[in-house]
Design a binder for this molecule. Structure first.
Ligand code: F6P
Length: 320
């Protein structure tokens, strides 16, 4: 393969630029050319494609977001959209495509591969919710962003002897809440993968108060319910002076951490190696510190993402 394309799709994640940079630089190193597709699959169908040079990815490794832009484009589920996408790629002489994104993006990559156009998936989402990899690009930066916010909230919570519910992103997965919760010493972590009992949550807050705790931090994953609803449930039991903070999209921005930059660089380079071999339909992942390649379809249909529930148990043991 001599000419490949790269796009970012779905919610952006810090480190996507570092991944694009690695794809471009590794491909050039291998004497291949790279074309960037703007706006994910939407831009692909529209033919919004341009050649990327070494300089285009200079001064990019440290930047948040994605300079190729991103989009959610459910229309790409149709065969008509997919075939149009392939037509556009062929118009530019592109022979393979690196797709950086979450599982919606993997579906698009798989569909193109099934139509005979080889694609490689690179896991990029702050949610860390992709099966077949321990970590996704963006997750580390996000949990550090959340952690910084939690540390700040703890200061004010202590000053006023308040309970805070902090709603974090993650879609249906609890990874962000879990990791940021443990890192911040949160009193309670509420995630979709574990049932909770609101009366027990209230009881824990009371017990903490009795032991002289000045604050109570509850990190709530958005996949459980929204923060306001959770606070109302707590308030219906007792007046805990609950305040709610919804961190929102601040969690998606910012300069990637060293860990995300390195992971993105490694994933990007591995993706190029796969296409260089003329292969497609696979995604790159990290499994116990080792890089793995898996069939995209296997990842989508047979594997399940599971957060590290040892962390949940650990938090119960050490947070109160
Ligand atoms: O998948 C990343 C994510 O930030 C989720 O955590 C969140 O639920 C969703 O995207 C928000 O999507 P949007 O930016 O389209 O509102």
């Amino acid at each position: 393969m001599k000419r490949i394309g790269v796009l970012t799709s779905g919610g952006d994640a810090p480190g996507m630029n570092a991944a694009i940079r690695a794809v471009v630089r590794k491909a050039l190193y291998e004497d291949m050319e790279v074309y960037g597709v703007n706006y994910g699959f939407a831009g692909l169908v529209a033919g919004d494609i341009r050649k990327l040079t070494r300089r285009d990815v200079g001064d990019m490794i440290q930047r948040g977001g994605t300079f190729l832009y991103s989009a959610r484009y459910p229309q790409f589920a149709t065969e008509e959209g997919q075939l149009k996408g392939i037509e556009q790629l062929k118009r530019f002489g592109i022979e393979g495509l690196v797709v950086i994104g979450g599982d919606g993006s993997y579906r698009g990559a798989y569909a193109l591969t099934k139509h005979g156009f080889p694609c490689v998936g690179v896991p990029g989402t702050i949610d860390n919710d992709i099966a077949g990899t321990d970590y996704t690009i963006g997750f580390d930066t996000t949990i550090n962003t959340v952690l910084e916010a939690l540390d700040r909230i703890r200061d004010t919570a202590t000053s006023h002897i308040r309970t805070f519910v902090i709603e974090v992103m993650g879609r249906d997965a609890g990874d962000i809440a879990l990791w940021a919760g443990v890192a911040s010493g949160a009193e309670q972590i509420i995630i979709p993968e574990k049932d909770f009992d609101i009366t027990e949550v209230a009881e824990n807050i009371r017990r903490g108060r009795e032991k002289g705790k000045k604050h109570s931090i509850i990190v709530l994953a958005e996949g459980v319910m929204d923060g306001q609803e959770f606070a109302e449930k707590l308030d219906s039991i007792d007046n805990f002076h609950v305040r709610v903070t919804v961190l929102g999209h601040v969690q998606r921005g910012g300069s990637p951490t060293a860990r995300d930059r390195v992971l993105a660089s490694q994933f990007g380079a591995k993706a190029v190696e796969v296409l260089k071999d003329g292969r497609g339909g696979v995604c790159i992942g990290l499994d116990n510190e080792k890089f793995v390649e898996r069939e995209i379809i296997d990842t989508l249909d047979n594997l399940e993402h599971k957060p590290n529930l040892d962390l949940y148990k650990l938090n119960e043991e050490i947070s109160n």
